[in-house]
Design a protein around this ligand. Sequence first.
Ligand SMILES: C[S@@+](CC[C@H](N)C(=O)[O-])C[C@H]1O[C@@H](n2cnc3c(N)ncnc32)[C@H](O)[C@@H]1O
Length: 330
Amino acid sequence: MAKMLDGPVPNGARSVSWPWYHHTLTTELTVDARKLLEQYSKILPEDVESHIYRIRDKAWGVFPWPCVGEFWFLCFGLAKHPLYHTMVLPRLKSGDSLLDLGACLGQDLRKCVFDGAPPDRLYASDLFAEYEDLSYELWRDRDTFPNHFLADDVLSDNGSFMQGNLMMNLGPGQTDMIVINMFLHLFDYSNQLKVATRILRLLSPKPGSIILGSQAGVVEPIEQPLKPPFDKTEDGRKRTIFRHSPESFIQMWEDAGKAAGVPLRPITCEFQKPEATEASAAGVDTGLEAEEKKPFTADDLFSKEPLTRPKVLVQSAPETGRLHFSVIRS
Ligand SMILES: C[S@@+](CC[C@H](N)C(=O)[O-])C[C@H]1O[C@@H](n2cnc3c(N)ncnc32)[C@H](O)[C@@H]1O
């Protein structure tokens, strides 16, 4: 079990009064999400909402992630990536493999299948083995979607990782495309570097193999302590996460490439264009009393107390936003 998660969730951490537990769906149930649930999962239109609430509450019982409380599993992050239509889908259709690391309820893989990708070379991995069953329950595709869920902890010690599900059942150097959506930003800097190096070990040595995804970004990179209930490691230390700017993110992958002896070029990372920004309903309905209601943002998770001074300042970029990135093996 990852140090990231065990221990720190005190009693009450699964309380539905955290602001990132949205009591009701608002704009999260997009036309695209409804289409997938009705056409791919064959759920009757009148049953779609109750189906979502039921599975979301089961997933909340596994762990109270913002991505669960806020229904991110209805948002297809991979399909919003600039390379989805031009590179990811065509390569899947011509037989490349893809691993979704930190897949949660597997929405991005289902969207690929709905968009015409063959399912047989799609893999999902997450810390929580429970998500495998919950994904099948959410997407109702137990008979058609392959049993390719590899529960694993990307933060485990080296020996355990090399003997773990990912390395033993998928294997080093076996994956052509690795998706990490809203994933690395869960960790502090040294763990991000460790995970990046491990991801490079899973990636195929073929030139053009790619790691891509999105995550929260800032203009001034910073290591920040988290607020409760995510604020402590199992041994009682303060938990921090590193928030990247495009520049610090690129630098980290250059360092990971050097450490792993993997040539990487190009590495791109930029703030998502405003016109592509999803109409997220983050925090619109927290279920709290009106005067307590305020839009929940990623900043609500962070303590204001910085641990390091900002290293980079880019005047023209927004202060916070979503980063899209791609790391290609040369
Ligand atoms: C913020 S969610 C993002 C889920 C999904 N990729 C998306 O875009 O909606 C992060 C996911 O990473 C998983 N995760 C957290 N720590 C992990 C670890 N140490 N090893 C593997 N997965 C982990 C969580 O369980 C969760 O499903």
